[in-house]
Design a protein around this ligand. Structure first.
Ligand code: UDP
Ligand code: MG
Length: 139
């Protein structure tokens, strides 16, 4: 089934000029980019995006220091089983546990600064896509 998922190239990767490399890996996996924009999130926008994690010990650092530290590239990615495909391509949250050939294994610098985001389920993908894009911005 053709699905959509929401992905971010996070500040650590944008800052190191890895946007092109990461987009090439996504497209190389057979996924299609159907919406794309660079933004610099405010603290409020970051808190809304990561609201499910608000009770977690890493929430303040994640929203206040890391994800708002510089621009991110937000995108909607489409394809057969896109949610799972994107998660597999990203690798584990902790780059030390990420499989060879994954984006996080290749580029992540720490558990927090792990270079990419991808929605973890179709329902999450629907929420996150609507959070960042209007229907008119998705081709
Ligand atoms: N994160 C962190 N410390 C942790 C777990 C997560 O800093 O112990 C950060 C990391 O940037 C991660 C994000 O919070 O990507 C969201 O966490 P989640 O568990 O949803 O991981 P993901 O879905 O991104 O793999
Ligand atoms: Mg997650």
């Amino acid at each position: 089934m053709i699905e959509r998922t929401l992905s971010l190239i996070k500040p650590d990767a944008v800052q190191r000029n890895l946007t092109g490399e990461i987009l090439a890996m996504i497209q190389g996996a057979g996924l299609k980019v159907v919406a794309l924009k660079m933004i610099h999130m405010t603290k409020a926008q970051a808190e809304g995006f990561y609201a499910v994690h608000r009770e977690r010990p890493f929430f303040d650092s994640l929203t206040d220091e890391y994800i708002t530290s510089g621009p991110v590239v937000k995108m909607v990615v489409s394809g057969e089983g896109a949610v799972k495909k994107m998660r597999t391509l990203m690798g584990a949250t902790n780059p030390e546990k990420a499989a060879e050939g994954t984006i996080r294994k290749k580029y992540a610098v720490s558990l927090e600064a792990n270079s990419v985001h991808g929605s973890d389920a179709p329902e999450t993908a629907a929420f996150e896509t609507r959070y960042f894009f209007s229907a008119f911005e998705i081709v």
